[in-house]
Design a protein around this ligand. Structure first.
Ligand SMILES: Nc1nc2c(ncn2[C@@H]2O[C@H](COP(=O)(O)OP(=O)(O)OP(=O)(O)O)[C@@H](O)[C@H]2O)c(=O)[nH]1
Ligand SMILES: [Mg+2]
Length: 202
């Protein structure tokens, strides 16, 4: 499937805050709207179909922890997507509590990769996520997904336009496509470098 140097295994699945594992490794979480391509991107980075992907939004309902053997080992965390209109209000609010709870309480959360659809840029619930992240001081990297859906000739103007509407981030946003394998190695490299720059004792 991929020319990636990482490999990973699923080590924990949590449906609520009390099920979150005790983390001893730095954590990088993938967050974003339902269907934006979080699980697909995790599969592309890990070089195998380990996370479940679906055409229907709302596939990932739990927080899934993958232990990744990279230059510096870490936990890659697949969060349930937000903004899925078909779910009931109660379920949606339970999900936002879970995601907000996760972001605000994890001691080893070092970075959130916020996935944003390259076609649409940030929508209202993406801004809500950015507010939680800013309030809890978690560094953010933005990855625009499904870049293949925009013609090659228009990609740089889309990219420039999106940059005007995003808050400060830990590194330059990257655009990716798992379908066409664009930006996957670049993202892996950015994450390896981010991890290498962390304190040793984390
Ligand atoms: N064209 C295109 N489709 C993609 C890409 N990445 C993912 N998809 C498709 O988008 C759909 C949703 O992908 P998922 O990876 O399940 O999305 P998710 O963000 O994990 O969704 P939830 O688990 O519901 O939050 C699937 O049909 C994927 O095949 C991409 O780069 N290009
Ligand atoms: Mg998913």
């Amino acid at each position: 499937m991929a020319e990636t140097t990482w490999s990973g295994t699923l080590v924990a699945t949590s449906y609520n805050m009390s099920q979150l594992p005790e983390g001893r490794l730095p954590e990088i979480a993938f967050a974003g709207r339902s269907n934006v391509g979080k699980s697909s991107l995790i599969n592309a980075l890990l070089g195998r179909r380990i996370a479940k992907v679906s055409r229907e939004p709302g596939k990932t309902r739990s927080i899934n922890f993958y232990e990744v053997r990279a230059k510096r080992p870490f936990h890659l965390v697949d969060l349930p997507g937000f903004g899925f209109a078909k779910r009931g209000k109660a379920e949606r609010s339970q999900w936002s509590h879970l995601i907000e709870g996760y972001i605000t309480t994890r001691p080893f959360l070092v970075l959130v990769v916020h996935l944003v659809d390259f076609r649409h840029g940030m929508l209202e619930n993406d801004r809500q996520l950015e507010r939680w992240l800013a309030a809890s001081d978690v560094p953010v990297l933005i990855a625009f997904t499904k870049a293949d859906k925009i013609p090659v000739t228009k990609r740089s103007s889309y990219y420039r336009k999106h940059l005007e509407n995003i808050p400060p981030t830990a590194g330059a946003p990257i655009y990716v496509s798992t379908e066409k394998r664009i930006g996957i190695q670049e993202l892996q490299k950015a994450l390896d470098e981010f991890l290498a720059g962390l304190d040793e004792d984390l």
